[in-house]
Design a protein around this ligand. Structure first.
Ligand SMILES: N[C@@H](CCC(=O)N[C@@H](CS)C(=O)NCC(=O)O)C(=O)O
Length: 210
């Protein structure tokens, strides 16, 4: 039994997308952000002390952290879909890209994206963050050149995890000169599972409107 706590405009869209791609049944509990701070509120804090999305309860296990939730759902409910099997050739690369999305890529992209809303990064910190974003997105761009999926030759949970960050980067104009990332993003957003996730959970980025 899976209960997904979904926060509007958030990473929990990933888990809706995953569950829709798998065709696994789940219950969704919706949470709203505070209209001014955009933070999650007491209703999500009542489920997990960090009040972060996604939060999910999977067969009694309370979990927060997209990569871990994706990996665990695939392990328990995936029936071999959307992930190379443990021991197979692509497994190590799958785990690396699955966790690269949050472990390495997301933070600098989001810090740079949100900076204007908080008065900028300042002269000292801006080049540090912006240089990191260029390095990371160029790495992904190079990797996606002539590839349809982030790992191997089929769609996987790693695509779902990295797509949230690709979508933010797209919305922030960071993909203007990165055609492989931009095309990949558009291809992923054309999938039925992604469209269903947006239909059920609302847009990932407010201004994109879905
Ligand atoms: N690394 C975590 C990050 C979770 C996270 O920061 N989620 C955001 C939504 S995209 C959140 O809950 N923000 C609300 C808040 O911090 O108040 C993951 O990938 O699940």
């Amino acid at each position: 039994m899976i209960t997904l706590h979904h926060l509007e405009y958030s990473r929990s869209t990933r888990i809706i997308w995953l569950l829709e791609e798998l065709g696994v049944e789940y219950e969704m509990v919706r949470h709203q952000r505070h209209p001014e701070t955009m933070r999650a509120q007491a209703d999500l804090a009542a489920i997990h002390p960090l009040a972060k999305a996604p939060t999910a309860i999977i067969d009694g296990n309370l979990m927060m952290e997209s990569g871990a939730i994706i990996e665990y759902i695939l392990e328990q409910y995936g029936e071999g879909k959307l992930a190379p099997a443990p021991g197979s050739n692509d497994r190590a690369e799958f785990l690396e890209w699955l966790h690269f999305a949050e472990g390495t890529l997301a933070n600098p992209v989001i810090v740079q994206m949100l900076a204007p809303r908080f008065g900028g990064l300042g002269e000292g910190y801006a080049p540090f963050v912006e240089g990191e974003v260029v390095k990371l997105l160029d790495y992904v761009e190079h990797h996606l050149d002539n590839r349809e999926y982030i790992v191997g030759d089929s769609f996987s949970g790693a695509d779902i995890n990295i797509m949230y960050v690709i979508e933010l980067a797209m919305a922030a104009g960071m993909l203007a000169n990165r055609p492989a990332c931009a095309d990949y993003g558009k291809r992923m957003m054309a999938r039925d599972g992604y469209r269903k996730a947006i239909e059920l959970g609302g847009p990932v980025v407010p201004s994109l409107g879905g």
